[in-house]
Design a protein around this ligand. Sequence first.
Ligand SMILES: *Cc1c(COP(=O)(O)O)cnc(C)c1O
Length: 567
Amino acid sequence: MADAVSSIGSSAKGVINEAFRGKEPWQIVATTSATVLATVWLYNFIFDDEEGIPSRVKKTAMRIARLVPAVRRKIEHETRRLDEGFENQMKKMTEGMPHVTSLPAEGMAHEDILALIERCVHSSDYNWKTGRVSGCVYKSSDPKQDDVMAEVFRLTSATNPLHADVFPGVCKLEAEVVRIACKLFNGDDDCCGTMTSGGTESILMAVKACRDYAREAKGIRRPEIVMPVTAHAAFDKAAQYFKIRVRTVPVHPETYTVDLNAMRRAIGRNTIMLVGSAPNFPYGTMDDIGSISRLGLLHKVPVHVDACLGGFLVCFMRKAGFQLPDFDFKLPGVTSISADTHKYGYAPKGSSVVLYRSKELRHHQFVISPDWPGGIYGSPTVNGSRAGSSIATCWATLMSYGERGYVEATRKVIDTTRFIEKELREIEGIYVLGKPATSVVAFSSRHFHIYTLSQQLNKRGWNLNSLQFPNAVHMCVTLAHTQPGIADTFVKDVREEVLTLLEIPPEPIHGMYAVYGMSQGVADRSVVEDITKCFLDSLYYTPRDKQPEEKQSTETASVASAAADGL
Ligand SMILES: *Cc1c(COP(=O)(O)O)cnc(C)c1O
């Protein structure tokens, strides 16, 4: 063995000496450094942190194509057109509402402020309170509940758990919400977590914890997440923020749950976490968390269960009389869970929980700056200052529902969803995707573009969610849809519109649906990214000032007073 090594060594030496025979020293130095630099470049190209080679090669090709002036001009022209389209749409949606674009010179009267806010809140074509909107608002529209929340907000709007010494009681409320959630998800005494501002932050935190844990415990420097394509976009956001590569795993074409064999194959030495959804957002189907948990144990990789959407349904479903496979800390491989209190926890927007099996993982969520002149700074989540009111209103909601309240609400939501699922399955011309696990029913059609159905339903006041790859739409049932008659009307409206669409050729899809439908065919996804950026820009639309230099403040004052007058 040693002989073999030394003979390879000496023959390599021979080859190199032969190659450099007769070369001057500077040539040897130059060739060596060029080779080293090229190797480093190639290594970095091959082992990029975030993206695979095929996707980067494709992107580079697209970038080169954009250097062609004609292509670039065409793209710029189309982008400008879309920009204007988005802006006009936003203009139309805020039409008739007074725009206030600079600070009023004098403070406005309370009644005027409230009146303006009220107009903004009621500016929509859609009414969630009457159960016309899929998902979006989960809580009940019970005015008594709103009054309690308003009162809790009044009491706590100034509080901030960052200042634990000033607001110890708010910290206690957060600790209690976390403890209650640990118990709901069958965590033991070691189970812990934090509250966050929403599902995305919960997911960001779980991803950070897994990344930093993997780095410390296993020395993983090029972290990868293995997750179903159906996992929420927040994981992608986390990967972009934290420089992590995502390996997506397809779902079964019939069940729309993660393909476990593909997941197993995607696990490698850089895998920092496996993800399963209970359930996922697009189809409302639940991945086989038991099997993912076993994969996690086998490969010694943490498993995160994203129960942001349905967490506060699944943990009450058995008590409400429905069957459900295990999905929580009862499964030994599950190391963290995210669950949104601001969805089926029915708390006001701005709260969620992220839970861990042990403190070790939670420690990797925290960020500590021990050397800051402003003091030793330790904070558990993304935000420094945090709204104590979000914690308190969440706590108050948990108290006001109690276990019985949640079990009853869960029964209503699941019953309504199962009813809608059953009825939709009977409508000829559309089909349901997968088996809805909780409150989401996704459906599509083989006879017409499903977005045309959405478009028709919009005219009847319904607002569904559009899905892509494949084209589908979904209805996410909330408390608002459990009111008498809503589900019946929905099914009836779908049945009637489907009948019409099957009989007469549907009108072409337009507006946002057209953009959405068209964008799926665009090979260069960066174009879709650019279009989406234009859309986001349009959300920040305000009318332009006419004379930017002159009379800024008087104009402002007149806008403000016109606003107040226009009420
Ligand atoms: C809503 C949702 C999230 C993200 O939650 P936000 O509160 O919108 O940030 C994550 N996962 C699933 C499955 C969700 O439905």
